[in-house]
Design a binder for this molecule. Structure first.
Ligand code: TYD
Length: 143
């Protein structure tokens, strides 16, 4: 699973630079449009993932694009474009996954110290979510 190619539509790896500063740590940078393939309009983060059975996501977006980073710890991300499914491991702070439109996604198997950082292309709009899997399949079928 580690470093595997992503074969699901509308998803890809995003690798940020790592700038090591010796014993003083490492810095990674995400610049809007340059490193992230859209203008970043919103940043949110998810933490307190202490429940080993927690499953987040379980939705797709109509128009929203996002990049998901696990900046501490690790988790798995399930990707489903309606035809192909894949689960990838996020365990490097500089390596994120691009979640494009019309992509059913889940996040699960969080390590106890997991912190997810999400960069999004738009402000929060509940109307952009498809939260029902059958509706997602129907939405794809109608196109
Ligand atoms: P949701 O996007 O479903 O989280 P996840 O994909 O991680 O499972 O959002 C969880 C709740 O937080 C939901 O009630 C909507 C709310 N929320 C906002 O109010 N603003 C935001 O920017 C986000 C991402 C979520």
């Amino acid at each position: 699973m580690k470093n595997e190619e992503i074969n699901v539509k509308n998803a890809k790896w995003i690798e940020l630079c790592r700038i090591p500063d010796g014993i003083d740590g490492t810095l990674s940078v995400a610049e809007s449009v340059k490193d992230i393939p859209f203008e970043i309009k919103r940043v949110y983060y998810i933490y307190g993932l202490n429940n080993p059975h927690a499953v987040r996501g379980k939705h797709a977006h109509r128009k929203l694009e996002q990049v998901l980073f696990c900046i501490n710890g690790s988790c798995k991300v399930g990707l489903d474009d309606g035809e192909n499914r894949q689960t990838v491991l996020l365990d490097q702070p500089n390596k994120g996954v691009y979640l494009g439109i019309e992509l059913w996604h889940t996040m699960h198997e969080f390590s106890e110290n997991c912190i997810l950082l999400v960069l999004a292309s738009d402000l929060y709009k509940e109307s952009d979510y498809i939260r029902d899997y059958d509706e997602f399949k129907g939405y794809l079928g109608d196109k």
